[in-house]
Design a protein. Structure first.
Length: 208
């Protein structure tokens, strides 16, 4: 059966169903590395903020895992090699938005973390096994380390509980909801560009 490239609307469904290729996972990891770098830089900036601090959960930090995955795909010099693997324009816009608003605003950080991190946490139990088979490694090994969350369901519940119980004012809630809409649009744009790069043999990205 001929493989059809994922559509913009269906990229995450393709991901969850394990229909991306090895190169597809490598490309996705490269894009997520940019987004998580921006998020984790914002988390460092907010570490002393009493409103943000409860949301800075260690289990949500994935930059190091994405680095391990990129090292698997591209070799030990992957960081310098990324100069030749620029992020997609949508990824740049996504990361730039996080850098512009999240480091000084718990509301904006929480909005972006709730969209990006909670989606990845909730998807991980389904995707991790598929990804490992496609990449050709054991679950949790470099190549698919990003998906190796410890107790993802509990992590998801904890973040959601903090979000629901947060001492938000009406203005802060409006700010969070507004930025959630922005984050979802940026995430959809990224999925659309990833889908546009797809070919019948998968998402094309050189790997070692």
């Amino acid at each position: 059966m001929t493989h059809r490239p994922p559509t913009a609307a269906g990229f995450t469904a393709e991901l969850a169903a394990g229909r991306l290729t090895r190169a597809g996972y490598a490309r996705y990891a490269r894009e997520l590395f940019e987004v998580y770098t921006a998020l984790e830089d914002a988390a460092v900036a907010l570490a002393g903020d009493p409103l943000a601090a409860p949301f800075l959960l260690a289990g949500l930090r994935r930059r190091a895992m994405l680095g391990a995955d990129l090292a698997y795909f591209h070799g030990p010099r992957w960081e310098s090699d990324l100069e030749h693997l620029p992020p997609l324009p949508a990824t740049c816009r996504y990361a730039e938005r996080i850098r512009a608003v999240a480091p000084a605003s718990p509301e904006h950080y929480v909005a972006h973390a709730s969209v990006r991190c909670l989606a990845d946490v909730s998807r991980a139990p389904r995707v991790s096994g598929y990804a490992a088979r496609v990449v050709g490694v054991e679950p949790g090994a470099p190549g698919v380390a990003f998906y190796a969350y410890e107790q993802p369901e509990a992590l998801h519940r904890r973040f959601r509980g903090l979000l629901d119980a947060g001492p938000w004012t009406a203005d802060q809630l409006r700010e969070i909801v507004g930025e959630v809409c922005v984050a979802r649009r940026l995430d959809a744009d990224l999925a659309a560009e990833l889908a546009a790069e797809a070919s019948p043999s998968g998402l094309m990205l050189p790997t070692r």
